[in-house]
Design a protein around this ligand. Structure first.
Ligand code: HEM
Length: 170
């Protein structure tokens, strides 16, 4: 690969790590911020918690997730890591995205049904984030070879199949 492209790797990696730190840190802290919301508290305090969690989720955590995924996707091609550990990592990233959506859903319910919706104990969403995040960190830092995984030949070779419609020659 050309030199200037290789030189971009540290920049994308730094961006990736900075963004995923904000992403995972934010997801871990949000359930604990929400846990302070109590139906019996003053309306003004409730408003402060609701606003702080909303701004944290929409202005910091979600944009950081998007940046982490975009930078990570660039790194796949820059580092040419089309290897089993990456696919295992992406499976856990999918779980992290589900946890992200779940925390967003809890935030909306707390905001739209003040005093009626009790958020789950913060440890539950906290674990839903921490388990995939630790698994991802383990996979990405250990980069296990997964040698024992074998794929059938038909998944590893072009099959020479044709599309069921005409395509331009170039
Ligand atoms: C769609 C999401 C993601 C994609 C496509 C992605 C992809 C990648 C790629 C291709 C690398 C470069 C690996 C190498 O240089 O050998 C990387 C590095 C890294 N990723 Fe991700 N990643 C994603 C999300 C995450 C998440 C959520 C975490 C942590 C919770 C994470 C943690 C890291 C770390 C710590 C590194 C640096 C590893 C090293 O340099 O040895 N990534 N990522």
């Amino acid at each position: 690969m050309v030199d200037w492209v290789v030189n971009l790797v540290p920049i994308f990696k730094a961006l990736h790590i900075a963004a995923l730190s904000l992403w995972c840190g934010g997801l871990l802290v949000l359930p604990f911020m929400l846990a302070r919301a109590d139906p019996n508290m003053l309306a003004e305090d409730y408003r402060i918690i609701r606003r702080a969690t909303h701004i944290t989720y929409t202005s910091f955590v979600t944009p950081a997730a998007v940046i982490a995924v975009i930078a990570g996707t660039w790194l796949i091609f820059l580092r040419e890591v089309f290897v089993p550990w990456l696919f295992a990592k992406l499976a856990f990233v999918a779980l992290l995205v589900v946890a992200h959506a779940w925390i967003g859903y809890i935030l909306v319910r707390v905001a739209e049904e003040p005093g009626h919706h009790k958020p789950p104990h913060p440890v539950l969403p906290g674990l839903a984030v921490a388990i995939p995040a630790v698994a991802i960190l383990f996979i990405v830092l250990a980069k296990p070879a997964f040698d024992w995984l074998t794929f059938p030949d038909w998944l590893l070779e072009p099959r020479g199949g044709q599309l069921p419609f005409d395509v331009p020659s170039r």
